[in-house]
Design a protein around this ligand. Sequence first.
Ligand SMILES: [Zn+2]
Length: 808
Amino acid sequence: MRVSISGDRRWRAPVVAIAAFSAVLLVSPASAVTPAGGAAGQSVELNRLPDEEASVVEILLADSGELDELVATGVDLDHHVSRTEEGIVVHAVVTPNEVAALRARGYQVGDVLFRPTDSAERVAERDATIAAHKAENRAFTASLTAADTSDVKIIRADYYTSGTDQILSVEAKWAEGQNSTSTLTVVRDSGPGTALGSGGTQTISRFVDAGVYLYHRGASTVTTRPDRIQITSPTGGVAVAQVKEWLPIPADDPEGPGYQKDFVTSYLTPTELYERIHQLAAEFPDLAEVVELPYQTNGYRRKAQTVLGTTNANRVAVDSLAWGHEGGNEISVELVNPGAAGRPLSVSVTGKDIRVSLATNASGALTTTAAQVVAALNANAGSLVRAYTYRGDAGAGVVAATARTALTDGLKAPASVSRDPHPMYAIRIGKHRDGSRMGVLAYAQEHAREWVPPLVAIETAERLLRNYGHDGRTKQLVNNLDIWIAPSINPDGGHYSFYDYASQRKNMTNHCPLTDAADALGRNSWGVDNNRNYTEYSLFDGYSGASSSCTSGTYAGPSELSEPEDKNLDWLAQHKNIKFSMNLHSSGNYFMWSPGAYATPGRISAPRPTLAEESFFWGASSRILTAIKRHRNMAVTPARTGPISDVLYSAAGNSGDMLWYKYGIYAWNFEVGTSFQPAWAEAHQETMEFANGLVELMRVARDFDTDHQRPKSGLSVTASSTPGMVDVTFTVSEPAAVFYTVDGSAPTYSSTLYASAGIREGGETLTLPVGTKIHWFSVDAAGNVENNYRADGTGKNYQKGSAVLPTS
Ligand SMILES: [Zn+2]
């Protein structure tokens, strides 16, 4: 369905008319490009063979026309599109058989970037990390017992100031921390030589990750600088430590001194993600609650299945009626040669063992066809199983005898992972969670194999809650926003990705009919792409970048919002106070917004944002990207910032478009990092940097209401070491994006973006020929444009300057 914008949440801009394509195209000429039509085929039949493992490989394309055609094949694309001089490089998640099909159609396949063994290594690494933490805990406990000393140890005691606040941050490890949920009480003195207790007390709480206790941590404001602290554990152990002064941090850092972060130490399964937000809500009941979303998933479960036979004609597919874990996995079937001539086909059932005695002719040869076995099984064992011929085949092939074969759902997760329809949870953070405050929604893992984005969600929730007590700016956010964080939108697929099939993208629901890939050999291809099942500019509306094939990587589902996961996101978005959202994906280091879909041919885009809206997107983006860059200087490039359909590819029915077009929410999409399951050291860095960005979105939301100040900017020209050139930088009065031209034209949002992600680092230096005319404007995070300039190239009051040295 396509609906007009409700408009009620969008304050600064008029409603975009869906029919206004021509006017919209004037704003961004790039979208008017019509694909030339590449050499590659339009209808590649991609057929993922049973239980084939997929790798991430490069595919080299000539132009965006070829990209559109590739997307139309339903191939499972990573979120990575590099536009180079030579063409476009995309990353596809494909099996060897799919690679062969693509090659056969003329696609140029490049390097293999990620193999199934890489995922196995990540899991092994994660298990080793968790085991190491546990061993550390045991060693710690043992060392304490051996030395017959205290069972609690103070790791750090840091004092620092933040504005006018004085803060003490303490970390301590307690031998019972794994088993007991108790907090620890820290007793302070009030300076050198004073009595312990004279400076008051504070409590610190457990830091548990992936079910493993790491240590207790916490920070509180103090009224005087303590010199020593003491902790007495609930079991009577005593530890005393000297307080140290923490390094000063630059005053303009939005995190402020002593800001607590780094709360995730390994990848987390959906079960662990949900446990984590429950723990957080329990620890901060005044600030947070866990909300169970209204729809449960279909569950990490399948029917027990097998396929007997070797060719399409003689294969017999057998599915249990019961779910695998509810008895289906106990069923077995065998096809027996009676070993005598002239025997009829017969089926006997003993308990859950099904025995098919095949018919023989006068010379003792087997004569039963697959279709006959199917009919006999359904007639005689129909209370246990359903049998069918292979993918619609007539089943005329004669079947061979087979040994007893157990039906299985093939699911390998430990029993601690529920096989039932799974509840989905979000944590709601805010001092006032009644809809009266501006709402922000962050959600991750629509795509199962993307393991880093959920960690960004968790890290962000932890930062908001654990800094509330001592960081004034965090308190501002939590007091004034209503923040929803859903760490896993696709828990079934997420579990499947962790335990069974690392490259799983979709949910686990089988929508394939018995005549298609419903059988055991097709089940790694089942599922709906949760980011193609939404209601706006969808496949069902005729938009590009989603598939109607039940086995496609971008299968849109049988209808819009057919999937419980997507219904839940729709439910979240219906909270009328939500005005900002972040859809967390990986990978590619992108930062994107609507439109996210176009129709082909002609690249007829979903409506572009208005100028005012685009001002806001760009202005806020510069702040968010600056926060990301602050972590380790990783800059999301301007080429990877912008509307999804401009910088990536069309993605019909994606959630960002639903939030934007249906609900008027300023909806962004992160593509975190460089791969789905990077080694932990890298995953950790990505978590930290994109959590920076997500927290900054909260600050953007908070400032949005209050900031009506237009930014001011200036030009600074200094001498260059290159003859005939000068060095030019822009200065801005507040965090703002600067767009400029050096060819005398009026600047627009398509003009060069000054390295806004580096504002805090002083901005880039442009070395220009003396006398160059420079035209520019700036836009801040609330969408305020300098001088109220109309930035579509028709306005006149942009900033003007020349690359000449000031006269002194
Ligand atoms: Zn994704």
